[in-house]
Structure formats: structure tokens, C-alpha cells
Design a protein around this ligand. Structure first.
Ligand code: UD2
Ligand code: MN
Length: 576
């Protein structure tokens, strides 16, 4: 077995007694392993030959010997299924797999749960030696309705590719999976976990999302370092030591492996091109970007840690004490998303550093669609984004609001997170941009005079000012519609200069043409409004007030008076 061969090489650096225990452990594991067959036994599935040679990855197979080199997916080779040749039952399984998980579960079930992987590391990594004694890791793997073979392969990859003495435990955190729909995740998983002393299963009481699931894992962890992984990963040879060594150097180093791609279609293990690190766009989405030349030119070696402005979020290692010190994740976040940027900004701004470690590789199944899409999830991502913006972005938050053009008034209370930022004495977002991410382009917008951002809602009922279409000067293009909290046509910025604008367009009024939307720069005179203390929107030139018709949807202008039809609440994230 290739895996144990590798382990023996590592073991030769151990003291003798430990070596013996280590060997016994390996032997035990091998026996255990043979007992656990893939969920779907290998079938006589017609395997299609890959059509293009570039589909087959190049890899350097060095020491390991395959148990069954022709077995599907060995060494990270792609597995192709000839779907038309499947029988009815197989086809059904094939389609169900895709539908449930948004990856090819059928293919995963054909691949060994402990397949050998290609060694994609930079060859220089093989000359690096790490101290025997390093901080000990607790690996936290969170999951929700995950495919059995994919989950177990993740677990095995960690179990068999981590030096025994550096792995305290693997904490599997079940974010309240639906065990009726996914029965394997019930009893069978419990039995599986019981057969390995290093595995622990934690089940959350309700489905609160990945952010909370990770924190439950952290609370139960007893190691020095927490290593987070998604539940569809494969840790590659030598993945753990470089991460731990970097944290031993400095406990405020937060480190991520190079994340290789496991194809969602063929489960091929595909190395990522070197020298990409994490960035973000102003809509607060993550993206990869090439290491800037000021870093590549000045580094001593291509295998040096790479400072990274952000991390993808799912796969990283952090000292448990340091994670606790910086207040973990914002507990006001829901379900999924943006915790990666929170950690990224926080670590850099509060004195730590974020790095990618070129000699550590872990594969992750990237999929094109999320298997769990719902209205709650969309709302949660928005809410989480606003919370990050309100706590970390200072005035740069307006770039985010402008980009996203959405509004979700209820983003909860962020006071305690702002207090945390003060307590930790964190630097400004300007500092982060100047020092950590100078290559990020900052939109050429001036928000100095911004007063309110968001929806403008009438006091008399849940109707909001809604402007549809730009630059079309007919009054019907500004109306009142039920507030939908989605931003879009109901997203406005109210400036100190008195404009009600979205991008370059303003709400204007003339007695002849009524209310309409026009380019702001040509209409200063007719686009200036007073947002009065009693929340009237009074047009400066005509002295009239924006009024909702008593029958609903229409907007008109009439003389200002005390009437709830003229009272507008301009509020949302960004409001002081
Ligand atoms: C990326 C990250 C992921 C997370 C996410 C943003 C990588 C490679 N992946 O998206 O870790 O940071 O961005 O939040 O960096 N899960 C739950 N409960 C849920 C939903 C998901 O436990 O309600 C689990 C899921 O089983 C998986 C992990 O959380 O193990 C991440 O979810 P994902 O794989 O759908 O996210 P991904 O990789 O698209
Ligand atoms: Mn993932």
C-alpha cells in the first residue's frame, strides 16, 4: 500500500518506542480499512475512454505503488461514465446523485475511498524537513447532507496522510443533516466513527449553517491548532506538517493549503496553477488573483509562504488560542457565506497574517451550483455581507452597497462586533487596502456626502419609492411599489447635497413633466431635495413635497403638510 510506505519513511525519524506504536496503528488501520467497502460496490459500468488527451492530467507518480492501478480514479485520474450505456437503475442513481449534491456522486462511488493521489507539489518541497515536534491538530470537518463516499474519502485522506502524533482528532460536525433523506449519515456514520479512536461525531441541535457548525467543532477541539476542511476534500501527501510548522513559527499566522481542484464531473485531481492567492471584488465575493510581481520578485524561493489578502474560507489552519482571541466568527451570521472575508479582514487588520503554503496541498470538489439554495440562504448571504461591511469596511462599505444594490434592513445588531474590533485595537480598512491589497482597484466614487443608503419607505404603508429604467423622462418611471428589500429599483442614496440617486441617475421634478429619473449632473437645479427633520422629501426648487396617493402606487407632488403620506423613512444599512 502506497500510503503506508510513505508513512514509514516519515516514521524513520521517530524514537523507537513511538515507532513501534506507530506501526501497530498503521497495521490496525489497514485491517479496518479493508472492512469498509465503498457504499456502491464497483459495478460493471462501461468506462468511456477520455476523448482528449488534455483531459488526462500530468502527474509525477513517485514512490507509491497502487493496489490496483486500473481501479477508477487512482492517482487522481478522471473517471468517465458512458451514460447512455447505463441500465435504467444506474441511470436513475446517476441523475439522483447530480441532483442531490451538484457533483457526480455516481463517479465518486466508483472510486476507492482511499485512492492514491498524484504528488503535485513543487519538487523543492521534498527537500524541506519539518521538526518532529509541532503543534497538534484537531481537524474540523463540517457537513450537511453530504454524499457518503465523498465524506468518508475526506476523512480517510486526513487519517492516513497525517502523521499520527500530529493529529489529535478529527471532529465531524453534522450541521443537522436530514438523516431520513440521507440515512447513511445516521447510524452507519455513528458505527463508522466508533471504529476509529481519532474520530468524533458532533451533531448540532438545529441546522444553523456552516459558521455555527465550525464553532461547535472548535469548542470541542482539544488540539493546539484547528484545521478546517469542507466535507468533499482530499488531503494530499505531506499536507499537514507545513501548515503546523508555520503556526509554530508564529501563532498569529493563519495558513491555508493550496487548494487543488477535484473535478465535480470526473473526480479528477487537478493541480491549481502556482502563484494564485485570494482577493475579493467590491460586491464582497471571493476570487483568485495572481500574486503581484512586487511579491514574486522579492521572494527567496517559490515555495515560500505566500501572503494572501483573503482566503477561500473552507480550508485553513489557525491556532485555537488565536482564533479564540480574535473572537472566532461573528455569531450574528447565518447559514453560509462571507465568514471567509470576515476572517481575512480581521486577521490582517488585527495584527495577524494570512498565508498560503505552497507545500501543503488539499483537493476540494468545486461545483458550479450550490446544492442548498433557498430564499433563507440568499437573505443570509446578504445579511452576512452587510455585517462584514458594517464592522470592517469603514466608509469603503458604500462601494459594497453600491455594487450590490440590495438592502436588507434586518441585519441584526453589530455593536458587540465593533466593540471587539476596538478591543483588539485593529487597524483601519484603509490600512488593509494600502498594505495588504494595494493592487485592488478602488472605484472612482465619492461617497463623502452620503447620508442614507437603502430603501425609502412611506410611513402610511409598506410602499417604497421605486424607479425603473434610467434616463427615460416620463413620470411613470418613478412610482411606489410594495417594499421588497431586494434593493434593485428600490435602492437609493440620499446625499447631503440633497440628491436622491442611484449610480449616475437622480430623481428629478418639474411641474410640467412631473417626477422622473435623469442624469444627475445635468439636473442639479431640479434634482435637489431637502430631507427634513420630520422626514419630508421637499423639492428645493418647487418647495413641494413627495406625496403618496391615498390609493397606493402613484407618487405626486403637493404642498407640504403634516400627513403620513408625506413621511418617508430612508433607512437601511449605512444609515448612521
Ligand atoms: C466556499 C468555501 C466554504 C465556505 C463558503 C462560504 C472553500 C473551498 N469553500 O464555498 O468552505 O467558506 O465558501 O461560506 O474555501 N455546510 C454546512 N451547513 C450548511 C451549508 C454547508 O455544514 O448549511 C458545509 C458543507 O457540507 C461543506 C461546507 O459547509 O462542508 C462548505 O459549504 P460548500 O462546500 O457548499 O461551500 P463552497 O465550497 O461552495
Ligand atoms: Mn466546498
Amino acid at each position: 500500500n502506497g500510503g503506508s510506505g510513505e508513512r514509514l519513511i516519515f516514521a524513520s525519524r521517530m524514537p523507537a518506542g513511538q515507532m513501534l506504536r506507530h506501526l501497530i496503528e498503521i497495521h490496525k488501520k489497514r485491517l479496518d480499512l479493508n472492512d469498509v467497502a465503498p457504499k456502491t460496490p464497483l459495478r460493471n459500468v462501461a468506462l468511456e475512454k477520455p476523448s482528449k488527451s488534455r483531459d488526462i492530467m500530468h502527474f509525477s507518480v513517485r514512490k507509491a505503488q497502487a493496489v490496483a492501478p486500473d481501479h477508477p480514479g487512482e492517482y487522481g485520474r478522471p473517471v468517465f461514465v458512458n451514460v447512455p450505456k447505463l441500465n435504467y437503475k444506474e441511470k436513475d442513481e446517476y441523475e439522483k446523485g447530480w441532483k442531490r449534491y451538484q457533483f457526480n456522486e455516481f463517479v465518486s462511488n466508483m472510486i476507492s475511498l482511499r485512492r492514491p493521489l498524484p504528488d503535485v507539489r513543487n519538487p523543492q518541497c521534498l527537500n524541506v524537513t519539518y521538526p518532529y515536534s509541532l503543534p497538534v491538530a484537531s481537524v474540523v470537518i463540517i457537513f450537511y447532507n453530504e454524499a457518503w463516499s465523498v465524506l468518508i474519502r475526506t476523512v480517510y485522506s486526513v487519517l492516513y496522510r497525517s502523521p499520527d502524533h500530529l493529529l489529535r482528532e478529527i471532529l465531524l460536525v453534522d450541521d443537522h443533516s436530514d438523516v431520513h433523506g440521507f440515512p447513511n449519515l445516521g447510524r452507519p456514520l455513528e458505527a463508522f466513527v466508533q471504529s476509529y479512536s481519532k474520530l468524533k461525531l458532533i451533531r448540532t441541535e438545529n441546522h444553523a449553517g456552516l459558521i455555527h457548525a465550525r464553532m461547535s467543532g472548535v469548542k470541542a477541539a482539544t488540539g493546539d491548532v484547528i484545521v478546517f476542511l469542507d466535507s468533499h476534500c482530499e488531503a494530499a501527501e505531506g499536507w499537514l506538517e507545513p501548515l503546523l510548522a508555520r503556526i509554530q513559527d508564529n501563532s498569529s499566522n493563519v495558513v491555508a493549503p493550496i487548494i487543488d481542484k477535484i473535478s465535480d464531473k470526473t473526480f479528477a485531481y487537478l493541480p491549481t496553477p502556482p502563484d494564485f492567492v485570494g482577493g475579493f471584488h467590491w460586491d464582497l465575493t471571493f476570487h483568485w488573483h495572481a500574486l503581484p510581481t512586487y511579491i514574486t520578485q522579492h521572494r527567496k524561493s517559490t515555495i515560500d509562504p505566500q501572503p494572501s489578502p483573503t482566503i477561500a474560507g473552507g480550508l485553513f489552519a489557525i491556532s485555537k488560542d488565536y482564533f479564540t482571541h480574535i473572537g472566532m466568527y461573528d455569531p450574528g451570521k447565518l447559514y453560509w457565506g462571507l465568514e471567509n472575508l470576515e476572517i481575512s479582514f480581521k486577521v490582517w487588520m488585527c495584527g495577524g497574517s494570512l498565508e498560503q503554503i505552497p507545500c501543503s496541498h488539499v483537493g476540494h470538489v468545486f461545483r458550479s451550483h450550490s446544492p442548498y439554495q433557498s430564499k433563507e440562504l440568499i437573505d443570509a448571504v446578504r445579511r452576512n455581507g452587510i455585517r462584514v461591511a458594517e464592522v470592517w469596511l469603514d466608509d469603503f462599505k458604500y462601494h459594497f452597497y453600491k455594487k450590490r444594490r440590495f438592502l436588507l434592513v434586518d441585519y441584526g445588531d453589530v455593536t458587540s462586533r465593533r466593540e471587539l474590533r476596538n478591543q483588539l485595537n485593529c487597524k483601519s480598512f484603509q490600512w488593509y487596502l494600502d498594505n495588504v491589497y494595494p493592487e485592488l482597484e478602488i472605484p472612482n466614487d465619492n461617497f463623502d456626502d452620503l447620508r442614507e443608503v437603502g430603501q425609502i419607505r412611506n410611513k402610511a404603508g409598506p410602499l417604497c419609492i421605486d424607479g425603473y429604467g434610467h434616463n427615460i423622462n416620463v413620470s411613470s418611471h418613478v412610482a411606489a411599489w410594495p417594499c421588497h428589500k431586494q434593493g434593485g429599483n428600490q435602492f437609493w442614496m440620499l446625499t447631503d447635497a440633497g440628491q436622491i440617486r442611484r449610480n449616475e441617475y437622480c430623481i428629478v421634478y418639474t411641474p410640467d413633466l412631473g417626477l422622473f429619473i435623469h442624469a444627475c449632473n445635468k439636473t442639479r437645479y431640479i434634482s435637489s431635495w431637502n430631507y427634513t427633520r420630520d422626514k419630508h422629501l421637499q423639492h428645493k426648487a418647487s418647495r413641494l413635497c413627495m406625496t403618496l396617493s391615498s390609493d397606493g402606487r402613484r407618487l405626486s407632488m403637493s404642498s407640504c403638510r403634516e400627513n403620513s403620506l408625506q413621511v418617508w423613512n430612508a433607512s437601511g444599512p449605512g444609515a448612521a
